[in-house]
Design a protein around this ligand. Structure first.
Ligand SMILES: [Zn+2]
Ligand SMILES: [Zn+2]
Length: 155
């Protein structure tokens, strides 16, 4: 992984929500979890991490709702586009969905997460690392703290 942040801009479909941030374009990750599928109406999401302290909204701010015990999702109130995901406990920990970037073509995916819920027909011609949620002790610990398994179901 290349530790290099670059300044980017992006926003929602209708242009009401606009942001500027520094992100690591070389550390984008696919998330195949069921929450991401439902949140975005897509088979998977691709996010890039925001460098802490660099995110600012240059037009309207997104509206947030709590989408999991440790995540809140920001979307445009006007057009409904999901734009950002953020930890509610630690506002510094955020990623933007790459489809919201003005130049998503510059993104380089580095891994697949939550592959246990990857849809069987969603195939990739890459040899990127593939991680199951239960391979990530930190993630499992976070879910367990809320009495939930990785897919949000009670333990
Ligand atoms: Zn919008
Ligand atoms: Zn996900």
């Amino acid at each position: 992984m290349i530790e290099k942040y670059e300044s980017v801009t992006g926003g929602c479909f209708c242009g009401a929500v606009r942001y500027a941030a520094e992100v690591n374009l070389h550390d984008a990750y696919y998330c195949h979890c069921q929450a991401c599928q439902k949140l975005t109406g897509s088979p998977a999401t691709v996010g890039v991490l925001v460098r802490p302290g660099t995110l600012s909204y240059t037009k309207e701010e997104p509206r947030f709702f709590q989408s999991s015990p440790f995540g809140k999702s920001g979307f445009c109130q006007n057009c409904g586009s999901p734009v950002i995901w953020m930890s509610p406990e630690d506002e510094e920990w955020a990623n933007v969905y790459v489809g919201s970037l003005d130049h998503p073509e510059n993104v380089v995916p580095s891994k697949h997460d939550c592959v246990e819920s990857q849809l069987p027909w969603h195939k990739f011609a890459d040899d990127l690392p593939r991680n199951r949620s239960d391979d990530d002790p930190e993630l499992m610990k976070m879910w367990a703290k809320f009495g939930l398994s990785h897919d949000g179901k009670p333990l």
